[in-house]
Design a protein around this ligand. Structure first.
Ligand code: SR1
Ligand code: MG
Length: 407
């Protein structure tokens, strides 16, 4: 019998005891064990547990209600999904995800590698740090995990087994509501609109019917296009980073969906970092260095991901018809269009929706924040409406630059 034989939400003391019992690879020094709750996401509880002998691990537990809102309840099975996906992604992209030590479907918790020698990328971005290897590393992660789980590459029954196993309706519903619905109508009355931009948001988002039509098309595509086993929430809060490595975690929103959803999330969140740097860095040379790097990342992530996907496709394609001349270019073209659209959707929902980003909300000067949010919304509308015409990283960056110049 163990106190962890039935589910309850752990506190700091429980987390230490739990790590001792479940992370058996370490000979824990019980007397010096400590724990700290370090979660800053919207859903789960994350404990770092360590001892004086140098052992450490992360214990992550899914609560029955979400941190962002006690009224929102999502199956705690999301912890199993996340653990299994990290194990799978670790095979497809070795070294790009934390090692999972165990997962436990009773406590809805898992133990994983402590990444304390890295920072959460959003925190780094708010300190305006530059990571020259990021674009190359994240593009490798995405090309391998996304292309590696498609019908182009996998035996189709194997793919359908994965699709069945990770259908994830509850987490998908959050995305369908928060990304693809509420930012355009505030139908659940939980949008967070910066008061200075209230009129602007009403006109540009709530009253633009042509935009609503495009978002409707994209929403149905998100629900119906079982293209690839996507991460589903690949923002800078789901990435650990340091000078040498990029580690992706938190794939609890994963399901079979359009792979542009992941790539577009990365691009949008780099744009948020750009906006924060532009508004908050006083020194011009430093501002140019950080924003210039962010611009290069936007260009490189698009171009490198597409190039690596192209190569992965050529090397690993198994489907006979997907080898038809011209099909690969058509397929990659649809991914780029989806990427542009999701860049726009993520920019909009994090600016005006329920779950905002610190990159915008911490901009101290109200005029600068209003301007940054206008840049995000106006660029976003172009990414959505002009998605079929964007074919290169330079094209993606031009939309952002032209929008800035227009304000
Ligand atoms: C109710 S959860 C809000 C957001 O946090 C997660 O990280 C997802 O992005 C979700 O949309
Ligand atoms: Mg998360």
């Amino acid at each position: 019998m163990s106190k962890f034989d039935s589910y309850f939400l752990m506190n700091l003391e429980d987390a230490k005891e739990y790590a001792c019992e479940k992370v058996t690879r370490f000979d824990w020094d019980k007397a010096t064990m400590e724990s700290k709750e370090i979660g800053d996401g919207n859903l789960n509880y994350v404990f770092r547990v360590w001892d004086a002998k140098g052992h450490s691990a992360i214990i992550k537990q899914a609560g029955e209600s979400l941190r962002i809102s006690s009224e929102m309840h999502v199956s705690t099975d999301r912890n199993r999904i996340e653990s299994e996906i990290l194990i799978l992604q670790g095979k497809l992209a070795p070294g790009y995800v934390p090692e999972i030590y165990f997962y436990d479907t009773v406590m809805c918790a898992c133990g994983m590698q402590d990444m304390s020698d890295h920072m959460i990328m959003r925190t780094s971005m708010l300190q305006h740090k530059i990571y020259p290897k990021f674009a190359d590393q994240i593009s490798t992660f995405m090309a391998n995990t996304l292309m590696g789980t498609t019908d182009v590459v996998l035996e189709h029954k194997e793919k359908k087994e994965l699709q069945k196993k990770y259908i994830n309706p509850e987490l998908c519903e959050i995305t369908e509501d928060l990304v693809y619905t509420e930012p355009y109508n505030n139908c659940a009355n939980r949008n967070n609109v910066f008061p200075k931009n209230a009129e602007f948001v009403k006109k540009e988002l709530y009253e633009d019917e042509a935009l609503h039509l495009e978002v409707a098309k994209l929403k149905m595509d998100f629900m119906c296009n079982a293209q690839s086993l996507i991460h589903g929430d690949l923002h800078t809060g789901s990435i650990f980073i340091n000078e040498d490595t990029t580690i992706v975690f938190d794939p609890e929103f994963c399901f079979y969906g359009p792979m542009g959803y992941d790539i577009g999330n990365v691009i949008a969140n780099i744009i948020f970092a750009w906006c924060n740097g532009d508004a908050e860095i006083a020194d011009q040379a430093q501002r140019n260095a950080f924003c210039g790097w962010a611009e290069q990342v936007i260009t490189d992530v698009i171009d490198m991901t597409m190039k690596k996907m192209d190569a992965y496709y050529t090397e690993h394609v198994t489907d006979r018809m997907a080898k038809a001349p011209g099909y690969k270019d058509y397929y990659l073209g649809t991914i780029l269009a989806d990427t542009a659209a999701v860049t726009g959707l993520e920019l909009i929902r994090r600016t005006v929706g329920m779950a905002n980003v610190k990159d915008l909300t911490t901009i101290a000067d109200e005029e600068k924040r209003a301007r940054a949010e206008k840049i995000c919304v106006l660029a976003a509308k172009r990414y959505i409406k002009e998605r079929a015409a964007l074919h290169t990283g330079a094209g993606f960056l031009k939309v952002l630059k032209d929008t800035i110049a227009s304000l």
